[in-house]
Design a protein around this ligand. Structure first.
Ligand code: EPZ
Length: 419
């Protein structure tokens, strides 16, 4: 069984390049289904989630080619199969993002309910409400959802919650609908903006992406394009915290600093120095950290995908911190594993109370989801002795060359195989 072995680390130092954004690449790959012309996408991270979505696209009839390194081409001109494979669809949450493009282009689609991290029930009601607003007929049964709509019609719709996935799915569907769609209370994450920019590069007519109201003028056709994905703000934030927890001095290259503002603000509040310029960010953490209060919120609030990593840092800070998780109902599973390492964390519903401790100690722990895995690795850097992390199939879903990047910064980290 493969595990990640992390030994106590001296202060991380040096610099690394941040990979392309997983959560931008996935919807953009799904959006390639909207055109009969090939698209070329650069800065695609080499992750298992990306591989699974490419397998799904291939099963639908797409030709997906790796152009070397981090460039993919997708040709969806020959798509005929409109049923995503049940086993593949169930592996990743992003599989559901093919619904909008296939419905808009072909008028029907059938697929299993999506998978994803067990951080909550992960319903899709907001996606379905949006599709119905555009005129789709929805039927469910035998583990599948089926959508039919000979022609989608633009509509005004209000999302009960600014769901990232639902905003992405409806945005993609609306690009080929007849007339204008207004998406209100939409998600405003940078990944939404990147998707909108990709769609506009294909000829879509979209305004307001990155705000809570997005306007889409349907067009009859979308062309091929050549596009480059934004950098991964969550990978960057994770390495900012790796630097902070080891009291290091690290520069991250190839980032968009504006996407990191909520994380930067909190790391500075805890006591680190952060220096930014065009495409890099430097974290210098040479003094003790003090406690913080964190509440996860939709962008531009503090990202839920950084909550677990921040809990690891606050476990080593002076004083008592409070984390409130407002996005997912079950996203504290990493707390029990951090406690095995000596952290003092009490969970009450959606609130975690973290009493900072001087010493964490290495232990055998298990990653329960993608960001929990990152959190345990960061805690392992600060813990005495060594930490082995199982469940690392979660980790490789969202971090490209995670161990190599840590070693580049001076950490003692490697994937090992235990019989
Ligand atoms: C995306 O998931 C990301 N995944 C998640 O990142 C991220 O945590 C999340 O957005 C929030 O930022 C990808 O982009 C592939 P949501 P998504 O729809 O779209 C509820 C990671 O670590 N909801 O914004 O699934 C839902 O239950 C992953 O990289 C409904 O109630 O998130 C949750 O409580 C983890 N009904 C809240 O909204 C719906 O129809 C936010 O979900 C949809 C969502």
């Amino acid at each position: 069984m493969k595990q990640l072995l992390i030994r106590h680390s001296s202060p991380l130092c040096g610099e690394i390049c941040i990979s392309g954004s997983k959560n931008a690449a996935l919807p953009i790959l799904a959006a390639s289904l909207l055109s009969t012309e090939p698209v070329r996408i650069a800065n695609i991270p080499n992750l298992s989630d990306i591989k699974i979505l490419c397998e799904i696209l291939t099963c639908l009839g797409c030709t997906v080619n790796t152009k070397g390194g981090h460039v993919l081409s997708v040709d969806a001109s020959q798509v005929k199969n409109l049923i995503a494979p049940y086993d593949l669809a169930g592996k990743i949450r992003a599989s559901f993002l093919i619904m909008g493009p296939l419905l808009a282009r072909f008028g029907k689609v059938r697929m299993a309910l999506p998978g994803g991290c067990p951080i909550g029930s992960r319903p899709v009601n907001l996606h379905l409400k949006g599709f119905a607003a555009l005129g789709a007929e929805i039927s469910q049964g035998y583990g599948y959802i089926e959508l039919r709509a000979p022609r989608l019609t633009g509509a005004r719709l209000y999302f009960d919650f600014p769901s990232v996935g639902a905003t992405e799915n409806i945005l993609m569907a609306a690009t080929l609908a007849d007339g204008v769609s207004i998406l209100e209370n939409a998600a405003a994450e940078p990944e939404i903006v990147d998707l909108a920019n990709f769609l506009c590069s294909m000829g879509a007519s979209i305004s307001g992406a990155g705000t809570d109201t997005i306007r889409v003028q349907g067009v009859p056709y979308l062309c091929g394009t050549d596009y480059t994905i934004i950098p991964d703000r969550i990978e960057a934030g994770s390495f900012m915290i790796a630097t902070a927890i080891t009291r290091g001095d690290v520069t991250l290259r190839g980032v968009i600093c504006d996407h990191l503002k909520p994380v930067t603000a909190k790391i500075q509040e805890a006591g680190a120095k952060v220096f930014t310029n065009d495409e890099s960010i430097r974290v210098c953490a040479d003094s003790p950290f003090h406690s913080l209060d964190i509440k996860t919120l939709p962008f531009p609030g503090f990202p839920t995908d950084m909550q677990a990593q921040m809990m690891a840092l606050l476990s080593t800070a002076n004083g008592t911190s409070i984390i409130t998780e407002t996005i997912f109902e079950n996203r504290f599973m990493h707390a029990a594993e951090l406690t095995r390492m000596g952290a003092d964390i009490q969970i009450e519903g959606r609130t975690a109370v973290i009493k900072g401790t001087k010493r964490l100690t290495g232990s055998r722990v298990c990653a329960t989801d993608l960001r929990a895995g990152a959190s345990l690795a960061l805690a392992g850097l600060a813990a005495d002795g060594y930490t082995t992390i199982s469940g690392i199939h979660h980790l490789v879903r969202g971090y490209e060359n995670f161990d190599q990047k840590l070693r580049t910064l001076g950490a003692d980290a490697e994937f090992i195989t235990l019989s």
